[in-house]
Design a protein around this ligand. Structure first.
Ligand code: GLC
Length: 549
């Protein structure tokens, strides 16, 4: 507890999501590891992020990159040991940062000893730890998530002649949460990692814990009951530590996962993400405005997590069929770019490597309501390789410098080769080169984070649209009454962005701020004074401003 004086630290935090395997190789075996990560904590601190989220680090056959766990109380041997993990936790805390790790609660690997035991016979003491059935016709209303690889959520197991239930790959059997032993075991696993000093969990695949006939087996009341039990457990034993939900659902359904501040502390806002990309292509704010109008208020301790990209395909589950076709046409013109209901590309290639658009989306990410998450490598505009298997093309080694293997490792063979194409190859796109260039994306992001840190309004303030007539412009107010800022008790920032590639003019009614001169806190430029007349402004193509009043 000692490192968590501020119990709601997550509201001000900027998160950074990384793959230990992809970040830095510390023992030159071609796989990133915890020892390597330890040497890069200074880098993360310098960038200005507050909380590091590690993708799964557990023993695993890595069929689904660690989301197929074969042991919950250890570290994958490629990544190091529990001692190395402890050193990383300490290193992060010493630098004033936080750490959360992924916990995969819905399923295990089929290599997990529990499953091996469970499948061994119908009489096994672990039989009911998984969901078995004589027929593959149950729960027909549950959708298939990995559409490109799976044809059913049931897999026949010849050993006992029954089927087992799985929502993801068939190598990932679902745990049976109707078993009290499974429910208890997960709480014990939570304790195990909390005791090692982490600050919380990103909880994987939350909506699917229970199955009930006649439902789509998502967001069931039983799932909420169990989540409440998890939260109560964490509140009592680990105050100040957080639970972040991965629930890829519509805003109203995700809202339920905050409960009355008795379920998750945080949850990803999935639906806003594709709409940021959509608004940019349409040069119109409408889709963003609509989804935020459809987003309910959340309880006082809760916080959204927002992101542009992550380790998965850019998911298009939370859009209409028509919007999905539009997104695919615009952002995935080559069929190989599509994966399941999404797009397997990184941020910079999606935006044609146009630094103006990349910076614009980041300026929105860091000022919309919620805590932002940066996906490793996106701070330097790393590329992808759509021809690699599954989602591996967005999980390539971090590009540190222009030396051999991008400074990631000296091994002859890497877990995945570094990118070496003419646009995004490591000799062109790397940390060292961007740190040396004051105009680089890296410096821009670092600067934005530094500004954000000085203004509580972004993590904690209220949100309201200002709707100028010109729909190519998106503008919103962030306001906080008690900013505990020295100069004024109220902090009021108007974010205004130009979603188009042309100069845009508009007027705004700012009469309530008459008599003041706004300052763009990103450039320190003082803007013309406001009076009772409509305030006219012109925005350069893809320009963004954070105007403080
Ligand atoms: C989550 C993860 C994804 C994984 C899936 C199954 O959606 O983000 O990477 O494949 O869960 O665990």
């Amino acid at each position: 507890m000692s490192h968590n004086p501020n119990l709601t630290w997550y509201k001000d935090a900027v998160f950074y999501e990384l793959y230990v395997r992809a970040f830095k190789d510390g023992n030159e075996d071609g796989h990133g590891d915890l020892k390597g990560l330890l040497t890069k904590l200074d880098y993360l601190q310098e960038l200005g992020v507050d909380c590091i989220w590690l993708l799964p680090i557990y023993p695993s056959p890595l069929f689904d990159d660690g989301y197929d766990v074969s042991g919950y109380r250890g570290i994958h041997e490629d990544f190091g040991t529990l001692e190395d993990f402890k050193a990383v936790v300490d290193g992060i805390h010493e630098r004033g940062m936080y750490i959360i790790v992924d916990i995969v609660v819905n399923h295990t690997s089929d290599h997990h000893p529990w499953f091996i035991e469970s499948r061994s016979s119908k009489e096994s003491t672990k039989r009911d730890w998984y969901v078995w059935s004589e027929s593959d016709q149950r729960y027909r209303d549950a959708r298939i998530i990995f559409l490109d690889t799976e044809t059913s959520n049931w897999e026949y197991d010849p050993l006992t002649g029954e089927y087992y239930w799985h929502r993801f790959f068939h190598q990932q059997p679902d745990l049976n949460y109707d078993s009290p032993a499974v429910q208890q075991e997960m709480l014990d696993i939570i304790d195990f990692w909390m005791e090692l000093g982490i600050d919380g969990f990103r909880v994987d695949a939350v909506p699917y814990l229970f199955e009930r006939e006649g439902t789509n087996c998502e967001n069931l009341p039983e799932t909420h009951d169990y989540v409440k039990r998890m939260r109560a457990h964490v509140n009592t034993r680990w105050p100040g530590r957080i639970l972040l939900a991965e629930a890829n659902q519509w805003p109203a359904d995700v809202r339920a996962y905050f409960g009355d501040d008795d379920e998750f502390h945080m949850a990803f806002h999935f639906p806003i993400m594709p709409r940021l990309f959509m608004a940019l292509k349409q040069q119109n704010r409408k889709s963003i405005v609509d989804i935020l109008h459809r987003t309910p208020e959340i309880p006082p301790l809760a916080q959204w997590c927002i992101f542009l990209r992550n380790h998965d395909e850019l998911t298009l589950e939370m859009v209409t069929e028509e919007e999905r076709q539009y997104m695919w046409e615009q952002y995935a013109p080559i069929p190989r770019m599509r994966l399941n209901l999404g797009i397997r590309r990184r941020l910079a290639p999606l935006l044609d490597n146009d630094s103006r658009q990349i910076k614009l989306l980041n300026a929105m990410l860091f000022s919309l309501p919620g805590s932002p998450i940066i996906y490793y490598g996106d701070e330097i505009g790393m590329g992808d390789d759509i021809w690699r298997e599954d989602r591996n093309g967005v999980r390539t080694p971090m590009q540190w410098n222009s030396s051999n293997n991008a400074g990631f490792s000296n091994a002859a063979q890497l877990y995945e080769p570094v990118l070496n194409d003419p646009v995004f190859g490591y000799e062109l796109v790397n940390v060292e080169q961007q740190q040396a260039d004051p105009g680089s994306l890296w410096h821009t992001i670092r600067h934005v984070l530094e500004v954000r840190k000085r203004h509580k309004v972004f993590g904690r303030g209220t949100f309201a649209f200002a709707l100028p007539e010109n729909e190519g412009l998106l503008a919103y107010w962030r306001v906080i009454e008690d900013a505990s800022a020295a100069d004024s008790p109220v902090e009021k920032v108007l974010v205004i962005v130009n979603l188009t590639g042309e100069t845009q003019q508009t007027t705004l009614d700012l009469s309530e701020c008459a008599g003041t001169r706004p300052v763009d806190i990103l450039t320190d430029k003082v803007w013309p004074g406001v009076d009772h007349e409509p305030y006219s402004l012109a925005l350069a193509p893809y320009a963004y401003h954070w105007l403080k009043f």
